[in-house]
Design a protein around this ligand. Structure first.
Ligand code: PLP
Length: 413
């Protein structure tokens, strides 16, 4: 039976595209801002009405080199004129170039390419289970994770993630996952055992409130995983690709993972994810055990290979450290002047400002005021404002952005 034409939908299809179109035609799992961005260049963005904004979000740590970086445009356009998609029945040069670049620059020997962070973590968790089953037997299937962690939105990754709300209504969930308090070595010692196959951690929790993982905690996690023959999976999807001043955050904390996931900044705005591991662990995946249609597609890989070359230079990484100090100091000064922040914390250009109790729960209101004042920033939970600008944000944009942040915050204050 044919459905009667929906008059609202017909109208939406004819009328100009506006923010209202979202409510008419999109599944409501997001509540986007009223501003509708149409163009970006570096750390500036323009909306439909030509209003300009400074972007302290980099598309949630994705546009790591700013919007429409000329070298990335060239990499994409060049590849677009050669080969878009060839399937995994063949391999392709950009994917191999990217994987070789990642292997050269990290602990890893092998790379699995996919399309998003959730898929990279899904692959990591499946690989950890398969490795344990291959080497120790199917009883070793326990996965440890942490409260407030975020690992993606597939069923396995929301189960691994530490936010109860994201799992509600989706059961039955994959079994065998336990959540522990973050940065708590004692809790980990008590929970880990012979049946643990993996521990998954963000080295700095991003979505969960910008909570830096202490080096001692991560090193203890490494030692405990070794003692119990469990794999340590580091989710560097938000912390990686230069965001905290080294290519990956764990490099600063004196440990190596068994499996690491990357996405977000890896593609500089083009969707791509990667799971990295060592040769012995990678052997638990053989042809047919895991796969993806688009993973390693030439367009995404060509862009990511270029992103990696540009980010992994001493100048770029030193620039992150310098900008991070400036942004953190600027935010601390604003917080002091307005009496708004209980703490300014984070690592590199992943900074969280926790609101004082008087303003707890109102991060969304501050974010909206930011858009009004011409600056985008984010929240990480209802109590924390989150700042993650492009790694190469120009000095002038950093200063102007901070001035607009102060305007926005004082308005709400
Ligand atoms: C640490 C972390 N892991 C995983 C994800 C999920 O990535 P994606 O949204 O690309 O699936 C995110 C996204 O915010 C993240 O921050």
């Amino acid at each position: 039976m044919m459905n009667a034409p929906d008059p609202l939908l017909a109208l939406a299809q004819e009328a100009p595209i506006t923010r209202a179109t979202f409510d008419q035609v999109m599944v409501p799992c997001f509540a986007p801002a009223q501003v509708l961005p149409v163009r970006g260049e570096g750390s500036r963005v323009w909306d439909q009405d030509g209003r300009e904004y400074i972007d302290f979000t980099a598309g949630v740590a994705v546009a790591a080199l700013g919007h429409c970086h000329p070298a990335l445009q060239r990499a994409l356009a060049e590849q677009a004129g050669r080969l878009w998609h060839i399937s995994n029945w063949f391999t392709n040069e950009p994917a191999l170039r990217l994987a070789r670049g990642l292997v050269r620059r990290t602990f890893a020997d092998k790379v699995f390419l996919c399309n998003s962070g959730a898929e990279a973590n899904e692959a990591a968790l499946k690989l950890a289970r398969k490795y344990a089953a291959d080497h120790f037997g199917p009883h070793k299937d326990g996965i440890l994770s942490t409260v407030r962690s975020f690992h993606g939105r597939t069923l396995f990754t929301v189960t691994a993630g530490g936010t109860e709300r994201y799992r509600q209504g989706f059961g039955p969930l994959p079994a065998g996952v336990q959540h522990l308090p973050y940065n708590d070595i004692g809790a980990l010692e008590n929970a880990i055992g012979p049946n643990t196959c993996a521990l998954i951690l963000e080295p700095v929790q991003g979505e969960g409130g910008v909570n830096p993982g202490r080096a001692e905690y991560l090193q203890a996690a490494r030692a405990l995983c070794d003692r119990h023959q469990a794999l340590l999976v580091l989710d560097e999807i938000q912390t990686g690709m230069g965001r905290t001043g080294t290519l990956f955050n764990h490099e600063q904390k004196g440990l190596r993972p068994d499996i690491m996931t990357s996405a977000k900044g890896l593609g500089g705005g083009f969707p791509i994810g990667a799971m990295l591991t060592t040769t012995p662990i990678a052997r638990s995946f053989s042809p047919g055990t895991h796969g993806t249609t688009y993973g390693g597609n030439p367009l995404a890989a060509a862009v990511a290979a270029r992103v990696l070359e540009i980010i992994d230079t001493p100048e770029m990484l030193a620039g992150v450290v310098q900008r991070a100090q400036q942004l953190k100091r600027g935010l601390e000064a604003i917080g002091t002047r307005l009496g708004l922040f209980r703490e300014v914390r984070g690592e590199g250009l992943l900074i969280g400002c926790e609101l004082v109790p008087e303003f707890a729960g109102r991060a969304a209101e501050f974010m909206a005021a930011g858009s009004e004042a011409g600056v985008f920033f984010l929240m990480a939970g209802a109590d924390v404002l989150r700042f993650l600008p492009a790694l190469n944000i120009p000095q002038a944009d950093l200063e102007e952005g901070l001035a607009r942040v102060e305007q926005a915050l004082s308005r709400v204050r």
